[in-house]
Design a protein around this ligand. Sequence first.
Ligand SMILES: Cc1cc2nc3c(=O)[nH]c(=O)nc-3n(C[C@H](O)[C@H](O)[C@H](O)COP(=O)(O)OP(=O)(O)OC[C@H]3O[C@@H](n4cnc5c(N)ncnc54)[C@H](O)[C@@H]3O)c2cc1C
Length: 423
Amino acid sequence: MKTNSDKPLDVAIIGAGPAGIAAGRECSKNQLSFKIIEARNRVGGRAHTVDFNGQALDLGAHWMHMAASNPLVPHTKACGVETVQSAGIYPRYKDGQRQSSELSHNLHEAWAITEANAQSKASAAHDLSVAECMPTLETYPQLKDWLDTLAFGYSLYSGRAAAEVSAFDYARVDDGENLFPKGGYGSLVAKLAQNLPIEFDSVVTSIDWSGEPIRLETAKERFKAKKLIITIPVMVLAKGEVKFIPPLPKLHLNAIHAFKPAAYEHVVMRWDDHPFKDGADQLTLFNGDRIRNISVLAEIEGSFYHYIEVGGQILTDFIGTAEQKKAFSIEIAMNELKRHFGPERVKQIEIMHVTDWWNDKYSAGSWSVAPPGAALSREALQTPIDNKIWFAGEATSPNQWGTVGGAWLEGERAVRHIVKLLQ
Ligand SMILES: Cc1cc2nc3c(=O)[nH]c(=O)nc-3n(C[C@H](O)[C@H](O)[C@H](O)COP(=O)(O)OP(=O)(O)OC[C@H]3O[C@@H](n4cnc5c(N)ncnc54)[C@H](O)[C@@H]3O)c2cc1C
């Protein structure tokens, strides 16, 4: 087995997703010697764009959330990437019929009520669940038969049932406009990784931080480094996929085990004669059940491709093999579309791809969810260990968790601290 030279690196970074790439760029800017060690044969992690017949489609992250504070937005111009603003108020369908814009506004308002309740009633010490902050029929009768759909929205976009999501954690997330980067978010992230020193197909299996330098092991090579940034998703760490010598401190171990994986998948479909006539990139919700339901991001970049979004409790409750889970995601998607638009119409749908981030060995879920009472696990994980090891990634971002932008900022944060220590 090779060892990466006698001289230890200033910094070793595990993972070439958004956090790892941001950390690498920051190391490069500060002229530190570093390497990024990546398990897969590609960059981007959960931000991954693929080409389907000339159309770029994101299998993972797609929205540039919180545009005003999203650190990737300022890079788009230099990368030659155009952005499109998302519509904000989204169309709703019931039994195949597009609903009034008044309903869309009511749903939007109900969303704001939940957020206001979470902000005013939940704190880190006295947390609630998102479900407990939602309006009820008594407090917001305008929603009538759409309350289940609202609950489904929280379950889908949190990746777990609203009762399992910390209201404090939900409310502290930055707000604001969303953008779509043309050509895919994964492509933008990959562009920003160009020229970084990345070792691909290198799964880190053990980290020995008992002495100096820190020693990392992969099947191919050993690495030595003065400082280490770990961007491996917390759900992967919770599975014990990496051996730490000595074991991690209790603070970090408890934090890692406090999170629950989010379930959120893309069923990519081609539907030429589709019913969504609101224009490109419109997020569409359907009146339906609080658990068995879908949403659709229609006409990706104005094409005939659409993402059916499946997730939340229906998938966290699912028990079965990875293949059965993919088939189940398609079944949910097709049944719901059939229910709204009829069996004849949906016959034209061609399913191009189904993601399964839940069973992906290097993700183990779509993002990290903090259950009620566990939000401060993000801050706990931010705490450096012995000024040698930093965790960084979407899970350590208190204000942009679950996002590419949050992961990016966390990668930068870790390096800035290291730079101070090395000065
Ligand atoms: C379907 C889906 C849709 C999403 N939609 C959005 C969205 O619209 N907008 C948004 O901002 N975010 C979205 N997200 C979340 C976003 O993708 C993540 O928050 C972001 O990718 C996290 O970045 P990260 O660097 O923390 O982790 P990752 O992207 O997971 O990167 C971690 C890297 O570590 C590598 N790794 C794991 N184990 C090892 C090991 N043992 N050794 C070496 N390397 C290892 C992985 O292969 C990976 O490349 C979505 C995610 C999914 C799955």
